[in-house]
Ligand binder design. Sequence first.
Ligand SMILES: NC(=O)c1ccc[n+]([C@@H]2O[C@H](COP(=O)([O-])OP(=O)(O)OC[C@H]3O[C@@H](n4cnc5c(N)ncnc54)[C@H](OP(=O)(O)O)[C@@H]3O)[C@@H](O)[C@H]2O)c1
Length: 429
Amino acid sequence: MRKRPLKVALLGCGVVGSEVARIMTTHADDLAARIGAPVELAGVAVRRPSKVRDGIDPALVTTDATGLVKRGDIDVVVEVIGGIEPARSLITTAFEYGASVVSANKALLAQDGAALHAAAEDHDADLYYEAAVAGAIPLIRPLRESLAGDKVNRVLGIVNGTTNFILDKMDSTGAGYQEALDEATALGYAEADPTADVEGFDAAAKAAILAGIAFHTRVRLDDVYREGMTEVTASDFASARNMGCTIKLLAICERAADGQSVTARVHPAMIPLTHPLASVRGAYNAVFVESDASGQLMFYGPGAGGAPTASAVLGDLVAVCRNRLNGSTGPGESAYAALPVSGMGDVVTRYHISLDVADKPGVLAQVATVFAEHGVSIDTVRQTGKDGEASLVVVTHRASDAALGGTVEALRKLDTVRGVASIMRVEGE
Ligand SMILES: NC(=O)c1ccc[n+]([C@@H]2O[C@H](COP(=O)([O-])OP(=O)(O)OC[C@H]3O[C@@H](n4cnc5c(N)ncnc54)[C@H](OP(=O)(O)O)[C@@H]3O)[C@@H](O)[C@H]2O)c1
């Protein structure tokens, strides 16, 4: 075994960082054997140095993250601070000072992945970030390496545990959104400010990263259509059940049928109970990948939490250390396909639309005409009503989001349509 230890600077020692440090210590011998050299924790950068951190030598703790990264003898910087700054500057400095980087930072990778990859390449360094998408679940490496010889057409996943917990609660207990969110918060599944999760920002960042890797195309966060799940109601779940479906917040990255463009989006959607993603319960994550030769693959597991996320970080650390010992680097950014990323209007899917209408003769025909005029073909219609008011549930065949949008706009203008109660996409069929 090579004697010189590889030196690791740990930036951040919170939920994930503390578990990374723990596993580095408790599994030190196994890690050394797998890498071919020991790994040594050379320093730990935090914000609050006086906080007691079990298992961490206080002499290693510093608030000077930049100074730690600039020491000049660091082999790998593990960035688990999160957010854009100072994480971005620290990672860039790490490359300049000859280190490789392992990060769990989805927000930063989704926003600045291309620039960070370029900086890594300029300095012959690695940038690995398996933990940035779906915690412990191996996804980036399978897409980047195992499927490098295949052609991925679709990535469909539940990539946010908080929202899956909330939706699962609503489905299994009939609870409303707020009640389910309160329980998620009490159990520690939702943060005090749940916006990033419930409004789909977190999932959108992951969708951008997944789409970029799956389609060998740069996909920026701004390219991802995003709709949160705060408007999903108990009555949407009742409608879903009528159709043999449940509702999930999905990240969907797709190659267009002609293969000439891609889309990435995050929104709540109905999926059939028979689809493997429907059985993903609680805070678990799962990602369904469809490709030409492999067919359908499903990746499932804990998508967050200190130890699961640290597992992915450690896997990257081992890979990066091995590369360093070999004097090589792993795969960098692959964006050669440079496919255009289309907007939501080009997405083609099925829709479930709930309308409040006047309960009188001719309304159904009027509504059906609007759908036909916009080229949206109806699959099924169900009408219930009493006391002059009725509810009309229309499920369409596949249509573009632009056509559906035009249909809904025209429906709203009909005197007999009192309101559009809900519009939900139907996926996974
Ligand atoms: N938590 C998860 O389940 C999970 C899952 C997947 C990915 N991730 C990603 O992992 C990263 C870390 O998440 P986390 O949950 O571990 O966050 P966290 O618990 O808030 O920990 C952040 C750590 O960074 C330190 N820090 C903050 N600002 C700093 C600065 N300017 N200089 C030096 N240190 C600083 C904090 O110091 P103090 O300890 O002194 O406050 C803390 O140790 C994020 O990118 C997140 O998206 C997290």
